[in-house]
Design a protein. Structure first.
Length: 276
């Protein structure tokens, strides 16, 4: 048996022992469990914020389109010539904006390319998609949504144009191309290839049937003629052949149309100088 500790020795030894903190208070920090492994609890708040920013940018761009459309309808209802002037302003404004952006990137050549690209739907899609990616990389997701909407809008327009053109086998309308006889089939005005070239078509028609070439122009200072046969290509003029009280262009076919019938095909015939 060892010697019993005296009260003085027990006190000394007790000062050296650490009994541990058995209470709920004290100097020691509370137990902290290890963080869960990566991926076990994902924070989705950032992804949700990005999605909302993208949707906000796209919806804002759509709202601007709705407002512009409403403006156009109000202007046309109150002052039709002003509507054509407003369309011209938007057209030339877009052209100038494309030229300025192109110049900033590649000088004079870039300005020319930028102006031309504003008239090319596929180029507009590419530009909008590139801007979408660039904005996303910079973290500006609202701007990315806006550019993405513009790309989708142009693509939808191209798709609707193709559907409306009725590109299918057995179509009764001829594809765009030279008029080689006096009994040509009507061209399809919704075909993008027919958006230009009325001067050449009028010359070819006159060669086969004779008659006089007439140039149709807008009046009241309007920059475009408006819609023709349900399609608006933004024409500033259109050339036709007039012979024997009938009017001929690529879209009438060899039978032509009476003057009254032809004028009725134009959306704003009251604001057009036909010259016949």
């Amino acid at each position: 048996m060892g010697k019993a500790e005296t009260p003085e020795q027990a006190a000394e030894l007790g000062a050296l022992r650490d009994p541990g903190d058995l209470t709920t208070t004290g100097d020691r920090p509370a137990f902290q469990p290890d963080a869960p492994p990566n991926g076990s609890e994902e924070d989705t708040s950032d992804g949700l914020d990005i999605m909302l920013d993208v949707l906000g940018g796209a919806s804002g761009a759509y709202a601007n389109d709705v407002i512009d459309y409403a403006k156009g309808m109000v202007i046309f209802a109150t002052f039709p010539p002003g509507y054509f002037m407003w369309q011209g302003y938007n057209f030339w404004g877009g052209l100038a904006n494309g030229a300025v952006q192109g110049y900033e990137q590649d000088g004079v050549f870039g300005a020319l390319a930028g102006a031309v690209n504003t008239l090319n739907p596929l180029a507009l899609v590419g530009i909008s998609l590139a801007a979408t990616v660039d904005s996303a990389e910079k973290g500006d997701y609202a701007k990315a949504g806006e550019h993405g909407y513009q790309a989708a809008k142009v693509l939808a327009g191209i798709a609707l144009g193709a559907i409306g053109a009725g590109i299918k086998l057995g179509s009764a309308k001829s594809p765009a191309g030279p008029i080689r006889s006096s009994n040509w089939h009507p061209r399809d005005i919704k075909n993008p290839a027919c958006a230009t070239g009325c001067e050449r078509a009028a010359t070819q028609i006159q060669k086969h049937i004779g008659g006089d070439i007439k140039r149709i122009t807008p009046i009241s200072g309007a920059p475009t003629l408006g819609g023709y046969r349900g399609q608006n290509w933004g024409w500033s003029h259109h050339e036709v052949v007039v012979k024997g009280g009938r009017v001929y262009d690529a879209f009438t076919g060899g039978k032509g149309a009476s003057i009254a019938e032809y004028k009725a095909l134009w959306e704003y015939s009251g604001h057009i100088n036909f010259g016949f």
